[in-house]
Ligand binder design. Structure first.
Ligand code: ASP
Length: 350
């Protein structure tokens, strides 16, 4: 145990670090697991993490801690104003406010951190890590998460870019034919949108970490928190087994505890590919009737990404189509997800 005085002193030092760079805390100890004979470094992510997996992999082989490396990987997209799925530029809720969720787990030290519904901070993944590093809690939400982040040295900023604001206005104008909003003169259809990055990594000594960050579902009800900040749903990591996380309809994943379930299937001996497919089958089994088409297939889609302690990996999707990002000794690339159903089996809502 450390005293409160020591804790405050450590936090103040680390806050200065957080303000200047994503590697953030120098405080967290990082004991490594016994060297596995079979470990091979590997980073796996949703396809929008393609730039990040390369950065994370390069850092991991250079000796950076797996969690610091994957957070550096997702920070690239969180800070990219042109990406509308996470962080700065993420699509807002129905009131035009960007509300972000994130969580992370550090396998070697068995710790987790999360923030839900945080506003004005572009890198919620780093705030989640700060919750993990500097508090005895796991999750902070809403305005208190924002105030915590500011106290840790993060700089608040307006996250709603002009592009995302225009998309929100288009969505609003087309929401109801009988409202008082005039249609935009362009004919761009704004569809319901999702977007998230989950990234998981293992290093040469078999240490594992996971992180998930998101602006959640576009146009969501204010205050809605998805699966991404839920430890065990949006991501999960067990240093003795592997890590997994998810993108897609968060509510379906929360009902399945999908990140945890994938890891548990790997613990039982399944490889990552079989584990994600079996978890997807559970998603279907737990889907409410109102979300199912008459052909017994869900209207919604969901993906899982998993890496095992020995460096095997997989991405899986309910429906054929999405690829996932991976980087290992063969470089960064997009590979196709394994899937349960073909696109032509996906029912359309009436
Ligand atoms: N899983 C995210 C959420 O429900 C959305 C997404 O992945 O697109 O908040």
């Amino acid at each position: 145990m450390i005293t409160r005085r020591e804790f405050v002193a450590t936090s103040a030092t680390a806050a200065a670090g957080l303000a200047i760079g994503p590697s953030g805390a120098a405080a967290a100890p990082s004991p490594t697991s016994p060297v596995s004979r079979f470990a091979r470094p590997c980073v796996v992510a949703s396809s929008n993490g393609i730039r990040g997996v390369k950065v994370a992999y390069d850092q991991i082989v250079a000796g950076t801690d797996t969690l610091d490396a994957i957070i550096a990987g997702v920070n690239i997209t969180e800070l990219d104003p042109d990406d509308q799925s996470v962080g700065l530029g993420g699509l807002p809720n129905e009131e035009g406010v960007v509300q972000l969720d994130a969580s992370c787990m550090h396998g070697p030290t068995k710790r987790a951190g999360a923030v839900g519904c945080i506003e004005d901070i572009a890198t919620p993944s780093l705030v989640a890590k700060a919750v993990m590093d500097y508090t005895d809690h796991i999750m902070l939400v809403g305005d208190d998460a924002r105030r915590f982040a500011i106290s840790m040295g993060f700089t608040p900023q307006n996250l709603l870019t002009e592009k995302s604001r225009q998309d929100w206005l288009r969505w609003k104008a087309r929401l109801n034919p009988n409202d008082f909003w005039l249609d935009h003169d362009d004919d761009v259809q704004i569809r319901f949108t999702t977007g998230t990055i989950n990234m998981n990594a293992v290093n040469a000594t078999g240490d594992i970490s996971s992180v998930t960050t998101t602006s959640g579902m576009a146009w969501k009800v204010p205050g809605r928190v998805g699966d991404s900040p839920i430890v065990g749903a949006g991501q999960y990591c067990d240093n003795t087994v592997g890590a997994a996380g998810s993108t897609g309809r968060g509510e379906s994943n929360i009902m399945t505890c999908g990140g945890f379930l994938c890891v548990e299937f790997m613990r039982q001996g399944l490889g990552p590919e079989q584990a994600v497919l079996k978890a997807l089958e559970r998603v279907v089994a737990t889907t409410q009737a109102r979300l199912m088409g008459s052909n017994g297939r869900p209207f919604v889609d969901l993906q899982f990404y998993a890496v095992s302690k020995d460096g095997r990996y997989a991405g899986g999707s309910l429906y054929e189509g999405p690829g996932f990002a991976v980087c290992d000794e063969r470089g960064a690339r997009i590979e196709p997800c394994v899937y349960l159903y073909r696109q032509n089996e996906r029912p359309r809502r009436g």
